[in-house]
Design a protein around this ligand. Structure first.
Ligand code: NAP
Ligand code: MG
Length: 480
């Protein structure tokens, strides 16, 4: 399970697994409606550990009647929640944030078990950030009149989130909605429902008034029933562009407000004056963080021709030291692919890359025999027309393209239906400002990548969606 250095060195790491004893996974879970867990009326489904294929729990599926019950509960709770002074609502959000901190190890372990992501990421990134979003929006709850977006809540928010950052995406959705006086019905992804259900317990622990947060597990049809429910005032969706488009069509002509956070195909642009070793770390972080299951992943490396050979050599050497394996091992850099379905999408698009004539190189590492795995991989000889350069792969696969001039770098970076994020690596501050001003991307990092902060708005251009989450701007989606 341990990948060894590909060059002269060869490391063996003693396993350092985080104990899963801290987590109490129940055999079956109900839906969280009106402050209580109730059985769903749909067919129960199973959530598995993608690193082992072990069945973790049976989870209820919410059908239309359950969606209706949850929306009614949210509606009933909304008036009281909105009338509560902002400073009082803030107390609940601060309390939730503190409980997340107190239970962070438990949440992180559960997240890694259900999702497949390395424990060092869930422990150091996902869960601390989730707490930070609750702290941040708690601070806004009594200052909404200074937001610039009004201070009246929209009402009931129907929120649908994907499986790549289950708990973090939940916090991005729920914290601003509640701070503004809305109540929510949230549907987590089918393959990663468990931390959302743990969040439901946290709501109980925080004594949140019943109905303010409702969690409905289920698959796409549950999501569809939720976003099309006539008494939902606001739809917030994070997921694929295809589903986002369907949702936009289904709510067109209604009074519903919509925000969509969709896919991406970010360019990570390395200029010849960049500090190469730092850039290599940024490239690795950009595409292999969370197995590349990141909407803003730096999946297209644009490297200046004069340094391309050097960068690629160092990148391959670095990729050879990534440790792939047990997500609960604290040494692990690359965990499991979230589902069999996602693994087959990654394999399919990678095969297309080879058919189209790009050259594939995968880090030499042993893949565990159970579970869903894909080695850190890069493609060279990629042209802009190739599907691996255009389509989101949502996996640990990097396409490498080269450029000669800054203008060419910008043109190539913008040659994408997406516009979520981008990275720039250069020593020149003036070049950062120039290139950033020409890139059509919602978030641009310079000499770093994949940095998130609750004070900073996040969102895309073009087919990456519309609306912003995070920061003061994130309040706009929940106020009128
Ligand atoms: P997805 O298939 O669109 O699913 C997202 C969520 O929508 C899931 O909860 C899904 O339920 C649900 N859903 C499916 N069909 C639906 C429908 N017709 N109506 C309402 N809800 C429906 O996307 P995914 O494959 O899980 O996630 C990967 C995608 O999310 C990538 O494209 C990625 O770029 C994008 N993403 C974007 C951001 C961002 O902030 N821009 C962040 C993270 C991910 P099931 O899970 O049960 O299918
Ligand atoms: Mg799972």
């Amino acid at each position: 399970m341990v990948s060894t250095g590909s060059t002269n060195e060869s490391f063996e790491y003693a396993p350092a697994p985080e104990s899963r004893g801290i987590v109490d996974i129940k055999a079956s879970y109900g839906l969280f409606i009106d402050g209580k867990f109730v059985d769903g009326r749909g067919e129960a489904f199973k959530s598995v550990n993608p690193a082992t294929e072990e069945v973790l729990a049976e989870v209820s599926e919410a059908n239309e009647a359950d969606v209706d019950a949850a929306v009614k509960a949210a509606r009933k709770a909304q008036r009281g929640w909105a009338r509560m002074p902002g400073a009082e609502r803030a107390k609940y959000l601060f309390r939730i944030a503190r409980i997340i901190q107190e239970r962070s190890r438990e949440i992180a372990v559960l997240e890694s078990i259900d999702n497949g992501k390395p424990i060092k990421e869930s422990r150091d990134v996902d869960i601390p950030l989730a707490a930070a979003y609750f702290f941040y929006y708690a601070g806004w709850a009594d200052k909404l009149e200074y937001s610039g977006f009004g201070s009246t809540p929209l009402g009931v928010a129907g929120q649908v989130i994907p499986w790549n950052f289950p708990f973090l995406m939940l916090s991005w959705k729920i914290a601003p909605a509640l701070a503004c006086g809305n109540t929510v019905v949230l549907k987590p992804a089918e393959t990663t429902p468990l931390t959302a259900l743990l969040f439901a317990e946290i709501c109980q622990q925080a004594d949140l008034p019943p109905g303010v947060v409702n969690i409905l597990t289920g698959a796409g049809s549950t999501g569809q029933a939720l976003v099309s429910h006539p008494d939902v005032d606001k739809v917030a969706f994070t997921g694929s562009t295809a589903v986002g488009r369907a949702i936009a069509q289904s709510v067109a002509g209604s009074e519903k407000r919509v925000t969509l956070e969709l896919g991406g195909k970010a360019a990570n642009i390395v200029f010849d004056d960049a500090p190469i070793d730092q850039a290599v770390e940024g490239i690795v972080n950009g595409i292999f963080f969370n197995q590349g299951h990141v909407c803003c992943a730096g999946s297209r490396l644009l490297v200046q021709e004069s340094v391309a050979e050097d960068v690629l050599e160092r990148l391959k050497r670095r990729m050879g030291t990534l440790r792939l394996g047990d997500p609960l091992d604290k040494n692990t850099d690359v965990g499991a692919i979230n589902s069999a379905a996602q693994l087959s999408r990654i394999r399919e698009l990678s095969a297309v890359g080879e058919e189209e004539g790009a050259e594939r190189w995968s880090a030499p590492c042993e893949l565990p025999s159970n579970g869903f795995w894909f080695p850190p991989t890069l493609f060279t000889g990629v042209s802009q027309a190739h599907r691996i350069a255009r389509e989101e792969i949502f996996g640990p696969v990097l396409s490498v393209l080269t450029f000669r001039t800054p203008a060419e770098a910008v043109a190539k970076a913008n040659n994408s239906p997406y516009g979520l994020s981008a990275g720039i690596w250069t020593e020149k501050g003036s070049r950062i400002l120039q290139v950033a001003s020409e890139l059509r991307a919602g978030v641009i990092w310079a000499n770093t990548f994949n940095k998130f902060d609750p004070t900073s708005p996040f969102g895309g251009y073009k087919e990456s969606g519309y609306g912003r989450e995070g920061g003061r701007h994130g309040l706009e989606a929940y106020l009128r």
